[in-house]
Design a protein around this ligand. Structure first.
Ligand SMILES: Nc1nc2c(ncn2[C@@H]2O[C@H](COP(=O)(O)OP(=O)(O)OP(=O)(O)O)[C@@H](O)[C@H]2O)c(=O)[nH]1
Ligand SMILES: [Mg+2]
Length: 295
């Protein structure tokens, strides 16, 4: 039998559980997640290798109406992903309703492409069965999806069914990536993202959105079997720097500790993590700063 493969874009509104679903499909965490919308800022490939097939998932930032330069670039990259893939996987949460403008515009985008589109209604662990059926019905009335699958990315129910449905839609094609490759992103990106995730959990209000993380140095100390990481957290104002550092450095210590534990787990190595905070004035609305920070 010939080898099957395909690129699959995971798109949807912010916070619907796209990155959680990617991690669940792969069986390991490569994309950060958080209860706050606009967590994912870059497209991330996640590669799944099965017996005789390869699925290349593309996690994308949530699509939403926006004005800020950073968010515009995020939404642009999510929309562009539709052009580059073979299959579309739209992920919606329970808060989405078919008549809301935001969702309507995403559905319009999906309808415009002739590619197979699968809808995942996520977070069904939070809803009663009798409320789910009308929801599925209203989505199927849109005449947009090849199939609709209710699931829970967080707990795993329905995810295997989704995997099977996606597999059915692969075509004969090459193995795009070597079988031991899980993502297209380099180590320093994954580490910066883990630190950013900890900031999303540790801070409130505008702080997560005003923060960007860059790994400036990554060094392996083979003798001590240690990975030495030096990373900078960029914020937009001096007052935000104070908040992130916290009283006597308590907050930055917590962010550093939580990140270190997870980096150690991800790479199975002891980590020494040095964190610095820098003010990069209004980076999220400055094209040059955005480029420098990888957006
Ligand atoms: N109860 C429940 N929560 C979920 C499920 N899937 C995701 N979540 C939660 O929903 C929140 C958002 O998840 P993410 O995976 O970050 O969502 P996203 O769509 O990638 O969000 P953006 O990157 O901001 O667009 C997190 O708090 C997840 O834990 C689910 O199946 N059930
Ligand atoms: Mg995400």
């Amino acid at each position: 039998m010939s080898f099957l493969s395909g690129f699959i874009a995971i798109i949807g509104p912010p916070n619907s559980g796209k990155s959680t679903l990617l991690n669940r499909l792969l069986g390991r965490k490569i994309a950060i997640t958080s209860p706050k919308p606009q967590t994912t800022r870059n497209r991330i490939l996640g590669i799944y290798n099965g017996d005789g097939f390869q699925m290349v998932f593309m996690d994308t930032p949530g699509i939403h109406p926006t004005r800020s330069l950073l968010h515009k670039s995020m939404v642009r990259s999510a929309k562009a992903s539709l052009e580059e893939v073979d299959i579309i996987l739209l992920v919606v949460g329970l808060e989405e309703v078919t008549h809301r403008d935001e969702l309507k515009s995403i559905v319009r985008l999906v309808k415009k492409t002739p590619k197979p589109a699968v809808l995942a209604i996520n977070k069904v662990d939070l809803i009663r069965k009798e409320n789910l059926l009308p929801m599925i019905e209203s989505y199927s009335k849109l005449n947009c999806f090849d199939c609709i699958i209710p699931l829970s990315a967080l707990y795993g129910d329905g995810v295997e069914v989704l995997g099977e449905e996606l597999k059915k839609r692969l075509s004969t094609g090459p193995q795009f990536f070597p079988p031991d490759m899980v993502t297209d992103k380099p180590e320093d990106f994954l580490i910066a993202e883990i630190i950013r995730e900890k900031i999303y959990y540790a801070t409130r209000e505008e702080l997560p959105y005003a923060s960007a993380v860059v790994v400036e140095n990554l060094e392996e100390d083979k003798k001590r079997d240690l990975l030495i990481v030096r990373a900078v957290i960029c914020v937009e104002k001096a007052s935000q720097k104070g908040i992130i550092i916290g009283k006597q450095g308590t907050l930055i210590k917590k962010i550093g500790r939580d990140a270190r534990v997870e980096i150690e787990k991800m790479f199975s190595v002891k980590v020494y993590l040095e964190l610095f905070v820098k003010v990069e004035r209004n980076w999220s609305s400055d094209a040059r700063s955005l480029r420098k920070l990888g957006y």
